[in-house]
Design a protein around this ligand. Sequence first.
Ligand code: FAD
Length: 595
Amino acid sequence: MSTPGRILVCLKQVPVPGRGVFDERTKRIRRDDDQAVTNPLDLHALAQGMALRAQTGWEVVAVTMGPPAAAETLLDALRRGADRAVHLVDRRFAGADTLATARALARLVERERPDLVLTGRATLDGGTAQVGPQIAELAALPQLTQATNLRIGDGVLAADVETDVGREVWTVAMPAVISIGRGTEPPWVTEADPSAVETLTAEDLGGGPRDFGTRGSPTFVAEIRHEARKRSTEYVSVGFDAAELLEVAFAPAAPEAEVVVPAPSRQIWAVAEPLPAGGLHPASLEALACARSVAGELRASVVAVLPCDRPQEFPRVLYAHGADRVLVLRGTEPAEYRTDLVTDALSTAIAAHSPFAVIAPFTARGRDYAPRVAARLGLGLTGDFTALEVRDADTDEPDLLWLKPALSADVVAPVIAHSTPSMGTLRPGSFAVRAVRDQREPDVEFAGRSGAGDDLCNAVERRVEIPDAPRLAAARLVIGLGPGLGTGARRVAERVATTPGIALVATSAAVAAGEAPPQLEIGPLARSIAPAVYLGLGRHDLGTLQAVKAARRVVVVDPGAWLDAFTGLVDAVVTANVEGVLLDLLLAASRPVAS
Ligand code: FAD
């Protein structure tokens, strides 16, 4: 009789949104606080686990690593129907970054030997989306990220995977690690007996003192900065100052002197992302702008890393946006993206060239391969950062600070990595994208294929549904649809958002109401953005406003005034005498749309 299958669901206790506080002394979040909940996406993972249990009869085991107070998260999972619960609780786990966290959880995977490990896509506090892929790498298992609708047939798992431009259907051999992109929360169905929670210490998991907690972490939060309170959100009904908003959004970026480093002694890498439907994800050019921002201080050259077989005109575009050289990673065609191929190619290239830092985009693809690369090479990885700073620039060992908005709008947590290179995934919208020199063919180096991959994951179907969605990363003015505005508002907004520099997003409530596709979603369970101006139409909850907190200006317009908002924009455009397509489209958009 084969042993019944087992599904391990990883859940994290997080601060109630908006209530998290840092302990200024330890620079860690206070986890003893009674203001804590189970990370919402982890409950969606639990629901997926229980739906698979109904299909297979397998056991569902909930696990968390955290202080004693985190046992409440396991009681919550047991009340919602989990069969067993395991609490990794030990002082030696404290202060863990994602790699040390994943290492502890991967040790439990070895012990429990599950058929599936389910995690949430990301947490509400650290929000790096790194732990799932890092468990997979450390446990040498295949992975899918941002998956929904899991189903098992003939011993193989099938799942839908959300990308930045559409949806794919994948099958994966089990055991595997799957991070869940969205779903529902399972209801409480029973009482929970605290004695049903098994506790394990670092001893029980084996391994030495340098495996877990602060000592096992290649990154640390260097300080907690309280920034001057940003201008808060303006709630307006009609007659907001659209001209001023346009000025903020489209103000020509200050001319930037080309960074010329005479004798570079280091390299900063910016990983580009060719899109399946053609072109480069704008986040690729932002990564170059970010690398350029510290190249002079670090006396570093900027290298664009291009995972694709046919570089086409991309090297010229990358050179114009600041790349001194281009390294093409062969064997990783964008339309045939696979985690294993890009992870193998990038890890091999980093090991061969030892750059000082590697910046990848915080996109669906970047969140999929970058954590695995960092885990494979034991590197510190800062997730969803928005800026870089250099400390001790004139020494032989300068520090690179990866700045991360944390918990609330005015707190920034600079993260430093002990490792070289250090890595980071850059939040889209954090840097203005602009060419700094004319296009020409740069030095291009080709890295050969680094292996055929493992064939454990197969894409059965790949659909590009919103090819334009990545333009969000380069948008200066982002229009956000709240719920209940109806199709007229969305059509007008879609027209306006075809303008270079303007993009359209939707709140989680609007996506949940079926009024916008998931690829446009912003919010704590989706994505954060950092445009110059965010113009929200209709109801915006605290979570949505958190997701746009890095914007310079946030204006939310009363639900009943969305067309006035566009008219105000059109008037401003005419007054501002904005040339070209922006004017045409805004004027066209102001004409009522036949609904
Ligand atoms: P994510 O990677 O976003 O979580 C994904 C999924 O993994 C979760 O949905 C859950 O299913 C599972 N999971 C995560 N943690 C646990 C757990 N403890 N127990 C069980 N399952 C879990 N560390 C870094 O390495 N790099 C950073 O950039 C970084 N930035 C941080 C910023 C802030 C503001 C804070 C508070 C912490 C940061 N950390 C960072 C530390 C990091 O939050 C912790 O290591 C945490 O345990 C995992 O990271 P995460 O919250 O980003 O989880």
